[in-house]
Design a protein around this ligand. Structure first.
Ligand code: ACO
Length: 325
């Protein structure tokens, strides 16, 4: 059977690290509040690098690690809610920077589920025989869309990018997935609203552009626990797996309390969930591939291991994937 296999992983983050204590000098918060409510201690924040810089760094590392030349890349997909431009896409900028002249390149938007959605698309192109390989990246500079005066959101997020080089394989790879959307709840997590203002139309008073992230934290918490649990149960049932069959679960790195609930309700040991939000915060579409890369770089996974990646995000969306490493 043809599968899509993850051959190499990579990650990139700005050098600048901002701690919870640093944030307590900007807004009325404390290391204790942030650590207890979220599990986050520090995050990488851009000193000027835009998202294209981070995703290009990831793509260059992937080429090197997979020993693939850029002209042999068929497909580049970048997931992001913080691109440099409306157009060009980040993927086209990556294409230019790495010299992948023969690739098809485009971006997708599925917020924190973005990497799962992008990987799902790459998987379909590869399984159908259209393309042989792809670079799939999630990358964000969320620091540019955060209201740094709003303590309820500014403590949660960080900047970074992560990705994978994937290839057609007959041995291992993506086994099954469950991705989904619930547009009904789109307004519990929003960012980047642009009203339709033009010379022929006066925008009613009270309606204005809103660049910053707005979130109903409690509703997102409920959405995440409900849908990630259902999605993981579905994927494990489809393959008849129990937790004993799974080496690691790489969850979206939003909040340790969300992971604690998922672990408890699914009766999966907490230690099987790989987490690094303590150092990165929530990097949206980059969070799962950054964590996966860390797991890989630390040598904690071996070929043949079964891994579940599962995320949730704005839209609202969710995505779970079972892979054989
Ligand atoms: N420092 C100190 N106090 C704070 C802070 C802060 N940074 N932020 C909020 N508070 C205060 C509030 O003002 C409130 O005070 P009050 O009781 O006097 O009104 C109190 O703390 C409790 O606020 P809540 O919002 O109810 O806190 P909660 O326990 O729900 O935690 C949080 C908030 C962490 C956002 C939580 O709701 C959560 O984790 N939600 C899940 C959403 C999530 O993880 N989103 C990440 C991004 S979205 C995504 O990745 C898809």
């Amino acid at each position: 059977m043809i599968r899509t296999r993850l051959i190499a992983t990579a990650a990139s983050a700005p050098d600048q690290v901002i701690t919870n204590d640093d944030l307590s000098k900007i807004v009325d918060t404390s290391d204790e509040w942030i650590t207890q409510r979220t599990g986050i201690r520090e995050r990488h924040i851009s000193s000027g690098e835009n998202t294209s810089v981070l995703v290009t760094d990831v793509a260059s590392q992937l080429l090197h690690r997979a020993s693939v030349s850029p002209e042999n890349i068929d497909l580049i997909i970048v997931a992001s809610v913080t691109p440099d431009y409306g157009t060009p896409s980040l993927a086209c900028m990556v294409q230019k920077e790495i010299g992948a002249a023969n690739a098809v390149a485009f971006d997708i938007v599925a917020a924190c589920s973005g990497f799962m959605f992008a990987l799902s698309i790459a998987d379909k192109y590869i399984k159908s025989g259209v393309y042989k390989n792809a670079i799939v990246i999630g990358g964000e500079t969320l620091s540019k869309i955060i209201d740094w005066k709003d303590r309820s959101t500014c403590v949660l997020f960080g900047d970074g990018a992560g990705g994978a080089y994937v290839e057609r394989s007959e041995e291992a790879g993506i086994i099954c997935e469950d991705i989904g959307s619930c547009g009904e709840q789109y307004d519990i997590l929003t960012e980047g609203y642009v009203p339709c203002s033009n010379v022929f139309n006066e925008v009613p008073s009270g309606i204005h552009p809103e660049w910053y992230v707005h979130m109903d934290g409690r509703e997102v918490f409920k959405f995440a626990t409900k849908n990630v649990i259902k999605s993981m149960q579905k994927v494990m049932a489809e393959e008849g797996l129990t937790e004993a069959d799974i080496k690691y679960i790489v969850p979206h790195q939003a909040n340790v309390r969300i992971v604690e609930v998922i672990s408890r309700k699914l009766n999966i040991p907490y230690g099987k969930f790989y987490m690094n939000m303590e150092q990165y915060g929530n990097t949206s579409s980059a969070s799962i591939p950054i964590a996966l890369n860390e797991l890989n770089e630390k040598g904690l996974i071996a070929r043949g291991d079964k891994i579940i990646m599962s995320g949730f995000g704005g839209g609202m969306t969710w995505g779970t994937m079972l892979i054989v490493w």
